[in-house]
Design a binder for this molecule. Sequence first.
Ligand code: ZN
Length: 144
Amino acid sequence: MMLPYLPATLPFPTPSLDLVEFWRHCAGRRLKFQACAECSVARHPPTPLCPHCHSKLITWIEAPSIGRIFSYTIVYNASHETVGPYLPYNVVLVEFEGMDNLRLVSNVIDAAPHELAIGREVVLAWEEGPEGQLLPRFKLHQGD
Ligand code: ZN
């Protein structure tokens, strides 16, 4: 059995001002995270100030296409009626080499439940949302 995940057809929220640039990069199939231009610490979600050194200088750095599952859960109870038909679904926290303390909330697609594990490598896979937005999701890396 393949484990369902949140469908790309779910309503897409209007991005906050800080997230507009993140989604603009996604539209170009680039997973980029905001980073501090002074101390280089990457962060997500984006914020106007660096939480590490308080600089307002921002740059954007591309994530490696392979990440690792930092943690995950399988959701069995619908928190909203729109996700009811998709239970159970997985939610993963993905971390990337060289980006300490940055984790992206996403889903792993095309995976069986027993295949999800903390530390497993995952590969970036773009999916199209209801209005053509590109959503960063992941597939299990077949190399490990
Ligand atoms: Zn900084």
